[in-house]
Write a protein that binds this ligand. Structure first.
Ligand code: ADP
Ligand code: MG
Length: 605
């Protein structure tokens, strides 16, 4: 048993474009292991200092000698944790911090070179190291699961059939687990990358349908790593199992648990029953990783901007408390390991017995023991049948096919280019790409606009947005080829449907152009891609500097609000003018009537 503290790192990200535009100030400074924060409202106040295992300065760029790259973070934290995984320890790395602070970037990262986060780098390394293995008696298997906890409900991101929430149960020995959560066997890194990618897509589809905000969802990616050693002498297989969990989000209970654990270790009190693990599904599932049988590392993601001062300080305080948590990790050995030891002892004892009775010729030249019948019986009882892992593989493959079929039915492309991960953009067919508040969930779904008429939101739809018929989204895309052999796509909203193009509500058909932003209903935000137009634009602007804000979810939202704001003002002014002229007209009429009545009365007198 190894008692070790939770490794704690903090990392500060660069300013985002909004912070840049607002002229935000950086309130964080770092030097070696120490991080210090300055109160922007009280600049004279002494800065607050914290010390961590690692303080990562990622606020600048690669040219800065003190810059901490994705690689650096992985080398410090990921490599050590992977080493522990090979030793047979449970391993957990989690990121903590406010929305937008850089948790997903640190854990998952991006697919561009040098931008991959801890999880992909670790998976890649894991397979590289198992591939290097030359020991014929040592074999490995890797299984992964990917779940999301949203509002205390667990969703299986790798199994399309599990629509509802999964149950969390407790095994008397293994502890809390998720019932029926699918585990996929993987044999190489690209398998894992595919699963992560489809998992992220499933997450996006579900989140869009429920109009969920990413700040309340917690993703847990688990790797079950089994090392199987075949003992030649006894013909037994022993397993070392290691579970590595990666969480990219956190919630208040996690904060409370960290706090309570820190208190417990600080005051030497042993009141583990007092830790509020059970208050949330996340902490309940990660009970062992937070203060139990695990080697655990936490990365607190920090925003650098002055406006976030309070949140940054509270994240730093949590991270500071987490340092005091002690985990008692044990190497996970299965009962076979003990049996092997016992049998070896028995073998030696029998050898000695044979020797002492002058029957050493029964021991073969290679030193191997010729075993007795009861010995084999014992072995067989404990050997796992070889075909079991084949069953697992078959299962994996059929679930994968189901999942791909389901996503395809929703209009989502999966691996059409023969296996590469990420968004596959068709060469000619215009399509919609989803935009999401969470960059990880943005641009991962593609909806094709085929030749002819594509309906959205109707029973006979060609596009079922996020797998559902959504009534208020009724609209039609018409795609045709004009005389210049160009594909022209027109968007027609149907009566009652709320459809916006570049922030303006449309009531008549519009011809869509490359890069147009389309908002349908309340939650469905897309960018229209016209590959041919895009190619032309690129050629035209090849000499010009690339510039401007990225056309992402925030861009589409900002534009929508601005346009709607301006339109509402225009509308109000027009209404006011209408009212004024109506009032004038009514007054004139009233005056006329009054005048006429006066004349009538005069006549009568
Ligand atoms: P969170 O998951 O904590 O809500 P994200 O990881 O999505 O936050 O980060 C928000 C944005 O900041 C993303 O666009 C991400 O790419 C960017 N970002 C975060 N950390 C870094 C970093 N260290 N370097 C560059 N960009 C980063
Ligand atoms: Mg995130």
């Amino acid at each position: 048993m190894a008692s070790s503290s939770v490794k704690v790192a903090v990392r500060v990200r660069p300013f985002n474009s909004r912070e840049m535009n607002r002229g935000a100030k950086c309130v964080i400074q770092m030097q070696d292991k120490s991080t210090c924060i300055i109160n922007p409202k009280q600049p004279k106040e002494a800065p607050k200092n914290f010390t961590f295992d690692y303080s990562y300065w990622s606020h600048s760029s690669e040219e800065d000698p003190s810059f901490a790259s994705q690689r650096k973070v992985y080398q410090d934290i990921g490599e050590e944790m992977l080493l522990h995984a090979f030793e047979g320890y449970n391993v957990c790395i989690f990121a903590y911090g406010q929305t937008g602070a850089g948790k997903s970037y640190t854990m998952m990262g991006k697919q561009d070179p040098g931008q991959q986060g801890i999880i992909p780098q670790m998976c890649e390394d894991l397979f590289r190291q198992t591939a290097d293995n030359t020991d014929p008696d040592l074999s490995f298997s890797v299984e992964v699961s990917y779940m999301e906890i949203y509002c205390e409900r667990v969703r299986d991101l790798l199994n399309p059939k599990s629509r509802g929430a999964l149950r969390v149960r407790e095994h008397p020995i293994m502890g809390p687990y998720v019932e029926d959560l699918s585990k996929m066997a993987v044999t190489n890194y690209s398998d894992i990358a595919d699963l992560m990618d489809t998992g992220n897509k499933a997450r996006t589809v579900a989140a869009t349908n429920m109009n969920e905000t990413s700040s309340r969802s917690h993703a847990v990616f688990t790797i079950l790593f089994t090392q199987r050693r075949h003992d030649n002498m006894t013909s037994l297989d022993t397993e070392k199992v290691c579970e590595g969990a990666n969480i990219n989000k956190s919630l208040t209970t996690l904060g409370k648990v960290i706090s309570a654990l820190a208190d417990m270790h600080g005051s030497k009190k042993r009141r583990s029953d007092f830790i509020p693990y059970r208050d949330s599904v996340l902490t309940w599932l990660l009970r062992e990783n937070l203060g139990g049988n695990s080697r655990t590392a936490m990365i607190a993601a920090l925003s650098p901007a002055d406006i976030n001062y309070e949140e940054i300080l509270s994240t730093l305080r949590y991270a500071d408390r987490a340092k005091q948590i002690k985990c008692n990790a044990v190497i996970n050995e299965d009962p076979n390991a003990r049996l092997v030891r016992e049998l070896k002892e028995e073998v030696n004892r029998l050898k000695e017995l044979l020797l002492s009775q002058g029957l050493s010729n029964l021991i073969t030249a290679s030193g191997k023991y010729t075993h007795t019948h009861s010995f084999w019986e014992r072995c067989n009882k404990f050997c796992t049948p070889g075909f079991e892992c084949v069953v697992v593989f078959l299962k994996t493959d059929s679930i994968r096919q189901e999942r791909e079929a389901l996503l395809a039915e929703m209009g989502v492309s999966v691996k059409e280019d023969g296996g590469t991960v990420g968004v596959f953009s068709p060469k000619r067919t215009p399509h919609l790409v989803n935009l999401n508040e969470d960059p990880l969930m943005s641009e991962c779904l593609i909806y094709y606009i085929k030749d002819g008429v594509t309906r959205v939101g109707q029973e006979d739809v060609d596009i079922r947005l996020s797998g559902q018929f959504i009534k208020e989204l009724h609209c039609v895309f018409c795609s045709e080829v004009n005389e210049n052999n160009e594909v022209v796509v027109t968007l027609e909203p149907l009566v009652g449907a709320e459809t916006y193009v570049n922030g303006k509500r449309i009531t008549d058909g519009v011809v869509l152009k490359q890069g147009n932003r389309i908002v349908m209903g309340k939650n469905h935000v897309f960018r229209f891609n016209h590959p041919e137009q895009a190619r032309l634009e690129r050629e035209r602007s090849a000499t010009q500097e690339q510039q401007g804000e990225p056309v992402d979810w925030s861009y589409a939202q900002k534009e929508l609000l601005e346009k709607q704001g301006i339109d509402i003002k225009q509308e109000m002014e027009k209404r006011l003018q209408d009212l004024e002229s109506q009032y004038r007209k009514e007054k004139e009429e009233a005056d006329q009537i009054l005048e006429q009545q006066r004349l009538v009365r005069k006549d009568a007198v």
